[in-house]
Write a protein that binds this ligand. Sequence first.
Ligand code: CAA
Length: 295
Amino acid sequence: GINGRFYNSGPSTASESKTQDNKVRQGTGIALVIANIAKLNVKIYDTNPKQIEKGLDLINNLIEKEVSKQRITREHAESTKSRIGTISIIEELDDTNFIIEAVSENINLKCKIFENLDNILKKDTILATNTSSISITKIAAATKRPEKVIGMHFMNPVPVMKLVEIIPGLATSEETLNITKNLTAKMGKTYTQSQDVPGFIANRLLIPYINEAIIALEQGIGTKEDIDTTMKLGTNVPMGPLALADFIGLDTCLAIMKVLHNEIGDTKYRPAVLLQKYVDAGWKGKKCGRGFYQY
Ligand code: CAA
């Protein structure tokens, strides 16, 4: 079967979740923002029912935190909760208007899911994919509705980060693009639009920067603390590049770097040897308890 996770909304929105680790799942954050900020109904789907339960627990905790910090009222919290539903079989997505898929970054998996959804969904449903580096055009080509397929790249952690990159594929219609922009704005996010190229805008710039920081560490230009503090305080960002690499996941950074290297072909995108080594060692960052730092 499909090893995927979907968050789907009844009358109007939908999504799915991504990372394999059991910490931050992007789909959970997306569902929360849809219900809490956009005030739309949302349904969550995952092939693993345990993940749905975990997601709901996390959502409840985050909502209760908002109440305890007096940022939302009890009434608002209860209506947010009431807008979030779950489904147990993918066929229950048949009447949804908008799907956001957020499974792991595996092109074959994504294409298989989109092909399957294309057969299940009513014909005007929009299918968005939350990908950080896979071609939207390729995913769209797995369906018979490429004009209704679009990329929505959320940043981690989704409830906190203000940006969504929107990526139309080669065949995406203007209407699909506008509906997606409106939904993103309703979610309280700022969107930017990127061409469907490897890494889009965010990762085309961010991941080579992280890779360069790893090369700087490898070459002994500075200690990991000095590299991170230089960039954190020197450019006013919340985390230095090595801490950020741990936060994103070193396996994810490596995978994106490989996409840039393979698809653009320029040697300037060659992954740092040390990055590959850490991933080979299983030191994949925060989610594993060890990356450049220990957690
Ligand atoms: N879900 C929901 N809320 C979360 C969260 C999560 N996973 N993680 C942190 N938060 C919330 C906290 O609860 C806290 O909220 P309150 O103010 O209500 O208490 C707030 O975020 C700040 O968190 P902390 O006080 O614990 O810690 P912090 O101030 O150090 O912030 C951080 C943590 C938000 C992660 C901050 O360090 C940060 O912004 N880091 C950079 C993140 C970044 O660059 N993300 C993009 C990564 S790249 C990407 O996602 C794209 C890709 O394809 C690779």
